[in-house]
Design a binder for this molecule. Structure first.
Ligand code: FPP
Length: 241
């Protein structure tokens, strides 16, 4: 097995915007959902590749707060895909020692999906290998707004001194409060946009925008991008010494 990269300065936390499923399907004359199903297979491949490339945390953008604007057929198809994926993958994820968490607002999700999400989180909470976080009905601005509301309620209830609020305070209220910040954010399909993904958390992340459409993304390409990260020089706003 390859030497874990984290010992050589590789990214501990990689976040991925999995884009291009629709175009991949359209290029083949197939419905967009065909692309999402093909994309789900890549999720499995990339999750499995994490230990060998030293990635301890993987966060994937599965459904954004803006994705509700898609057609009813596509939204319903994606929700059905998430339900099937969770039901089908739970055992394999647990056997691979993957701890799964969901981030995002559950409010608009249907009860059956929420139940499956809860069960998957509970049945993998003892796992100590890869930390897989699935962003579902997630938007960074929505997350910051929800966090700010909770923070304000704690101030109101006397649990938080407003004078003590600093840059360490808000992250404790974000959905990602138990996760380290991403070191590397990858977006597939040639679009160079962040699209409301982990805005606070990615302040110092490196970005890789690759042309590959998500259903064509491979463990090999993932490994190359992760390996390339180790060659970058991160200064966190400081100067090179
Ligand atoms: C973006 O491609 C992709 C999505 C909105 C859905 C991502 C979902 C998956 C990869 C399915 C599996 C996920 C899990 C967690 C099982 P797009 O439809 O915007 O592509 P386009 O830009 O080519 O139209």
């Amino acid at each position: 097995m390859a030497e874990p990269l984290r010992d050589q300065g590789g990214p501990r936390h990689v976040a991925i915007i999995m884009d291009g499923n629709g175009r991949w399907a359209t290029n083949r004359g197939r419905p967009r959902l065909f692309g999402h199903h093909a994309g789900a297979k890549r999720v499995r491949e990339v999750v499995e590749a994490c230990p060998s490339v030293g990635v301890k945390y993987l966060t994937i953008f599965a459904f954004s707060t803006e994705n509700w604007k898609r057609t009813q057929v596509e939204v319903a198809g994606l929700m059905s895909l998430f339900r099937r994926y969770i039901a089908k993958e739970t055992k394999a994820l647990r056997d691979r020692n993957v701890q799964v968490r969901f981030i995002g607002d559950r409010i608009r999700l249907d009860a059956k999906l929420i139940k499956l999400m809860d069960e998957l989180e509970q049945s993998t909470e003892h796992c100590t290998g890869t930390n897989l976080t699935i962003a579902l009905n997630y938007g960074a601005r929505d997350e910051v707004a929800r966090a700010t509301k909770r923070l304000a309620l704690d101030v109101r209830d006397g649990k938080l001194d407003p004078e003590s609020v600093d840059v360490e305070t808000l992250p404790r209220y974000l959905d990602t409060h138990v996760l380290p910040d991403p070191d590397l954010v990858i977006r597939t399909s040639g679009e160079a946009r962040i699209s409301n993904f982990l805005l606070w958390q990615s302040a110092y992340a490196e970005y890789e925008f690759v042309d590959t459409l998500w259903p064509d993304f491979s463990a090999e390409e993932f490994g190359k991008l992760v390996g390339g990260y180790g060659k970058r020089d991160r200064r966190f706003g400081g100067v090179k010494t």
